[in-house]
Design a protein around this ligand. Structure first.
Ligand SMILES: NC(=O)c1ccc[n+]([C@@H]2O[C@H](COP(=O)([O-])OP(=O)(O)OC[C@H]3O[C@@H](n4cnc5c(N)ncnc54)[C@H](O)[C@@H]3O)[C@@H](O)[C@H]2O)c1
Ligand SMILES: [Zn+2]
Length: 369
């Protein structure tokens, strides 16, 4: 079987992807710098004995060049992850996500052997590139709004209003051709990853898949990183006896996809597909349902704290239209939320979770208001 390089392969999605590839017989190499915000100890927690690990940083081209030796496939998942935090660490987010990916293509350009070995590239983009979701007015049909005006949020009018008649409008599944908004440095830097990979795919004739992941959840998502992963943040709160904090009214929906489905799609994309794809189940679930179910599954009688306040920059609803994914990659049988949550709870039972939510909130208030 061919050689695959998985960047970020020690992380949440990466480690599951590595396990799946090794199981299928691929020879896997990992490039990961064990970012301290994600890896609380200096050792890799989920090491696969069948893979080779290189402790290296995508911000250095020489680390890429070493890791790319003999590689036929790349799954590029390494990245700085966190929306709000990207505002106060903008340089880092641009360096890792945008320049880090640029280093990959610079290496391909500079070393002919790397380019001639390469057969396919898969990169992680994000649904956050869409910004606000797609909506439909009963009378005026579908539309793609801008962010809700701050005055509307101050009036606790959470739902998106039709720009023609002002009526409340419901969410619709987001298609890949929805205009992007990239409302924060994280999204913009992920978009650079995505678009660079598409530009080079065309220019060099290397088949490339960019996945816009929706909300990925499941075992191994860091429970002590308060900047990313709403389920992990809620679980960390609950495990410390604190209520999950929910902004607005808790009825905002998201599309939760289990990490095993994402790992499987990453693997399948080595064989099928070319271009940009949503990777979500297409099923919308309200945020307050997630908080309540997580508490119940942990046997805890802790209700979420619904603040009735807002965070500037949050979108109201989003969930994926995965028609294109199903058509090209034949991915459609996703794990049910019930099964996925029980996998997460089972894993988390003996995990240490440091609740840093208050810290992340104090930083957000310091830097963003
Ligand atoms: N988890 C989600 O819901 C989600 C949603 C959309 C997109 N994504 C994208 O998926 C990818 C994987 O995310 P994840 O949730 O597994 O996050 P994660 O933080 O668990 O994994 C990222 C990995 O990248 C490594 N890394 C960070 N900076 C690096 C650098 N400079 N050099 C080398 N390695 C570095 C980290 O050590 C970590 O192991 C990211 O690119 C992220 O933007 C994730
Ligand atoms: Zn209308």
């Amino acid at each position: 079987m061919p050689d695959v390089l998985v960047t970020g392969g020690a992380g949440f999605i990466g480690s599951h992807t590595v396990d799946g590839l090794v199981e299928q017989g691929y020879k896997v190499r990992v490039l990961d710098n064990l970012e301290p915000q994600v890896h609380t100890s200096k050792k890799i927690t989920h090491i696969n004995p069948g893979a080779e690990y290189i402790n290296g940083d995508i911000r250095y081209r020489k680390h890429w060049i070493r890791a790319l030796e003999g590689v036929e496939y790349i799954i590029h998942l390494a990245g700085a992850v966190g929306i709000a935090q990207s505002f106060w660490q903008v340089k880092k987010y641009v360096d890792v996500n945008a320049s880090g990916t640029a280093n990959l293509y610079q290496a391909i350009e500079e070393v002919p052997k790397i380019r001639s070995n390469l057969r396919k590239i898969v990169v992680a983009s994000s649904k956050s590139c869409y910004g606000e979701g797609t909506y439909s007015c009963d009378k005026h049909g579908p539309f793609n709004p801008l962010q809700r005006p701050i005055q509307q949020l101050k009036n606790h009018q959470w739902e998106v209003l039709c720009p023609v008649c002002g009526r409340q409008s419901g969410p619709k599944a987001i298609r890949e051709d929805k205009p992007l908004q990239n409302l924060n440095p994280y999204s913009l830097s992920k978009y650079v990853t995505e678009q660079l990979s598409m530009d080079y795919s065309y220019a060099l004739g290397i088949e490339t898949v960019a996945f816009r992941y929706f909300n990925v959840y499941g075992s191994r998502q860091s429970l002590s990183n308060p900047y990313t992963g709403v389920m992990a943040i809620f679980l960390s709160r609950l495990k410390n006896g604190n209520p999950p904090v929910i902004f607005e009214d808790g009825n905002q929906v998201r599309d939760y996809i289990h990490v095993s489905d994402v790992a499987a799609a990453n693997r399948l994309a080595l064989e099928r597909g070319n271009g940009v794809y949503n990777l979500g189940t297409g099923i919308p679930t309200p945020l307050k349902e997630i908080a309540t179910r997580l508490a119940g599954l942990n046997g805890l009688d802790i209700l979420p704290h619904i603040t009735s306040d807002y965070r500037p920059g949050d979108n109201r609803h989003d969930f994926a239209d995965n028609t294109k994914l199903n058509r090209d990659l034949k991915v459609s049988n996703f794990m049910s939320l019930e099964k996925g949550l029980s996998e997460l709870i089972h894993w988390s039972a003996d995990q240490v979770a440091v609740d840093k939510f208050a810290l992340s909130e104090s930083q957000r208030k310091k830097y963003l208001t």
